[in-house]
Design a binder for this molecule. Structure first.
Ligand code: FAD
Length: 316
């Protein structure tokens, strides 16, 4: 039976290896991992608790949670979805819990439960695990097998090779795939915070506003969620999401771009005006820091009002 090489000992590599071995029991399935430890990322995922899937109970459209990959995810979910993931881990003896926010974690609250389960299942199924093997080149042979060359100089021939090497910050690290004729799209950073040169922000360090809508003017890129103001600028889910949705655009702008913050998460200016006027009319004697739209902190409401007043003064 054909030999299968799995390159990369992460979650994807282990899951592929286990399923390949179960589907083709006579095959030799070997995981080749470049570092000296497997599943390193699983162990740090979810803050060490491993948020392994989601119930999707609050997701109406996959486009909202996978803005660049919803079609692919829909296709993949037809083969193996979040229910299958849940069932698979519970069948391996790993009890899971669904949090109020629909995120699913191991009941133990430890990522090691997930890593141990994958390693146990791989070894029980007969998968071989080799660490310290960095794949450098793949050479197709005339008999349609593939020769793998590792950094150490070791070579081996396989009938099938599954690449599960995760993300790579540099395109040249994937040259072994380009050599096979694959097109490599240059990777760009994603999921980062923004440095903001706005004095208003410096004074509001630590303020959380939830929800806000962030957008990049003149583009369709926007995100909604909590915004955390830090000593360097903006962080929190809304910022991280926008950095991911607009990753390529931001890269093209050389990381210098404008961000608009919709603090009240309302797009209709007239509705905002009415909301503020009603608030003022119902509390005519109160100070601005004690009557304000619910999602704004007192310091933010006052800072925004002062900033608007300053701008109006400058404009005459
Ligand atoms: C801090 C943090 C928290 C996260 N939290 C969560 C979470 O809670 N829930 C969630 O779903 N996701 C989370 N993620 C994302 C998740 O960890 C990854 O999406 C997932 O681990 C990717 O698995 P993978 O197997 O595709 O890749 P990886 O885990 O990156 O595994 C790829 C493996 O391939 C090896 N490799 C690379 N190149 C070669 C080569 N040439 N030869 C041999 N081996 C090679 C690497 O050393 C690595 O071990 C988190 C990520 C981070 C960084």
């Amino acid at each position: 039976m054909p030999d299968i090489a799995i390159i990369g000992g992460g979650a994807a590599g282990f899951f592929a290896a286990v399923n390949a071995k179960i589907t083709y029991p006579q095959t030799t399935v070997t995981i080749f991992e470049k570092s000296n430890r497997v599943l390193a990322k699983v162990l740090i995922s979810g803050g060490g608790r491993c948020n392994l899937t989601n119930s999707f109970a609050q997701v109406k459209d996959l486009k909202h949670v996978y803005p660049r990959g919803d079609k692919l995810i829909k296709r993949l979910f037809k083969v193996f979805n979040h229910h299958d993931t849940y069932r698979w881990f519970e069948e391996q003896g790993v009890p899971l819990v669904t949090q109020d926010d629909e995120c699913i974690f191991p009941k133990s609250q430890r990522a090691t439960s997930i890593a141990d389960c994958l390693i146990r299942k791989a070894l029980q199924s007969g998968v071989k695990i080799r660490t310290g093997y960095t794949l450098e080149r793949l050479t197709p042979l005339p008999d349609s097998r593939i020769k793998a060359t590792f950094r150490s100089g070791t070579t081996a021939v396989f009938n099938k090779v599954i690449i599960a090497t995760g993300g790579s910050p540099r395109a040249e690290k994937l040259s072994y795939l380009a050599d096979l004729g694959h097109t490599i799209v240059a990777p760009v950073p994603s999921l980062f915070t923004f440095e903001v040169r706005e004095p208003l922000f410096r004074a509001l360090m630590g303020t959380v506003t939830d929800p806000v809508t962030l957008s990049i003017p003149t583009t369709k890129h926007r995100s909604t969620g909590a915004l955390l103001i830090t000593h360097w600028g903006m962080s929190g889910p809304a910022t991280l999401k926008l950095s991911s949705y607009a990753a390529r655009y931001i890269n093209e702008q050389h990381y210098c771009f404008n961000v608009a913050v919709n603090w009240l998460n309302e797009t209709n200016a007239e509705t905002i005006r009415e909301r503020l006027l009603t608030l003022a009319a119902t509390h005519p004697k109160k100070q601005l820091n004690s009557i304000r739209p619910d999602n704004l902190s007192a310091s933010l409401a006052v800072s925004l009002a002062e900033s608007i007043a300053r701008q109006r003064k400058t404009m005459g």
